[in-house]
Design a protein around this ligand. Structure first.
Ligand SMILES: Cc1ncc(COP(=O)(O)O)c(C=O)c1O
Length: 381
């Protein structure tokens, strides 16, 4: 067995070269933030890439995603959690696993039960993945205008799909009818396990992945509110001054205007204020049109090689907006090493003028799913 492999099983190597020991919970003791140089050691790969490390007991244990720097204006860093790395291809694997785990823990469900969920797609796919792995029957109720890839994926995982004409509110009404017939609804809009999943996993990963840098702003779109509330709570604990910015569709801007509207955004803008949205966490709300979001998806794919869906295009635009506001162009931000850098070492942590690298403002966001999930909509044609 080579040294590198031994490092993987023994723990990770800290910034000073010290070894840290993995805890039974799958994290590290001490689970402190990473404070040094990203190195070639495979132990780091274990941390950032859940498909590395020891053999997993289930596909559900591979949930996790990398934080990747995207094009950033001078004097600021913008980075996104690329959630398509999750096994079901979206951020929604996280609440899907946690909602089922919490319900099993509370004795509310057991394998073999019939579950139902109204969803615009990604939660359904996440639930279908977990239901298949844990042996549940699952019916997904979805507005008929959502992409065919979503419908095909649900079928592939063996879930039953009911399409309803109308909006999410109509899908919710139909799910309530099935509940009355004996199905158990997990209720992503009100189930606390949804934001909790993001607090425990996405938010925790983010805090570890930014290392010693402060997060100045966190930008996220709002559907159920699980993502922004769970990650937002974790980031606010760690960085009390972080600005939390919600994004919603321009033509369905319930948070900004109090009025619901109609739009074709998939995943964002449910047309009502979800119980799982913690309004107290939000510093401001920004809106984006579907056309601008889709333009940004095409730009991200063609100019950066980052293939994402509509809501990610929207959060990318707002992240750039916020980044331009808080940029300090005179500041040299630290380089994040790439596979093409010979040394794989980041630039000096001290920048010109003696200011610490973590003075460089940092905006983080979430890219929920892959652009592959939108090919049939013509998004990239
Ligand atoms: C593609 C996409 N973007 C954004 C969201 C919003 O996330 P949340 O429901 O956690 O607010 C969802 C939720 O389903 C989604 O599927």
């Amino acid at each position: 067995m080579g040294t590198g492999w031994r490092a993987v099983v023994a723990g990770r190597v800290g910034p000073g070269g010290e070894h840290r020991t993995p805890s039974l919970a799958g994290g590290f003791d001490p689970p402190s933030r990473y404070t040094g140089t990203v190195c070639l050691c495979p132990a780091w790969v274990y941390v950032w890439k859940p498909y590395c490390g020891p053999m997993k007991g289930s596909i559900l244990d591979t949930i996790g995603s990398p934080l990747v720097q995207v094009d950033s204006p001078a004097g600021v860093t913008v980075a996104a959690k690329i959630e398509s790395f999750n096994p079901g291809g979206s951020a929604k694997d996280r609440p899907a696993r946690e909602m089922i785990r919490a319900a099993e823990r509370d004795g509310l469900i057991e394998p073999g039960d019939w579950l139902v969920e109204p969803t615009s797609g990604n939660t359904g796919i996440g639930l279908a993945l977990v239901a298949a792995a844990r042996d549940y029957d699952l019916t997904i109720v979805m507005p008929a205008d959502k992409s065919t890839e979503r419908q095909q994926l649900l079928a592939a995982y063996g879930a039953d799909l009911e399409l309803v004409e109308g909006e999410m509110a109509d899908a919710r009404a139909r799910a309530a009818e099935l509940e009355a017939q004996g199905a158990i609804q997990l209720g992503q809009f009100e189930n606390p396990a949804n934001p909790e999943a993001h607090y425990q996993t996405t938010g925790k990963e983010l805090v570890e992945q930014v290392g010693d840098r402060e997060v100045d702003a966190f930008v996220a779109g709002v559907g159920t509110g699980g993502t922004i509330s769970g990650i937002g709570r974790r980031l606010r604990e760690e960085f009390p001054d972080v600005e939390i910015v919600a994004v919603e569709p321009q033509r369905n801007a319930v948070l900004s205007t109090g009025e619901s509207g109609s739009d074709e955004f998939q995943g964002m803008g449910p047309g009502f204020v979800s119980d799982n949205l913690d309004l107290d966490l939000l510093d401001r709300v920004e809106t984006v049109s579907l056309e601008d979001a889709e333009d940004e998806c095409r730009r991200l794919a063609r100019e950066e090689g980052v293939l994402v869906g509509q809501s990610s295009g929207a959060t990318s635009l707002v992240s750039q907006r916020v980044a331009r506001e808080i940029a300090e162009p005179d500041l040299e931000c630290p380089e994040v090493p790439t596979a093409f850098d010979e040394s794989q070492q980041p630039a000096s942590p001290e920048t010109d003028g003696g200011r610490a690298a973590d003075d460089c403002p940092l905006v983080v966001t979430v890219f929920w799913d892959s652009g592959e999930r939108y090919l049939s909509t013509g998004l990239f044609d």
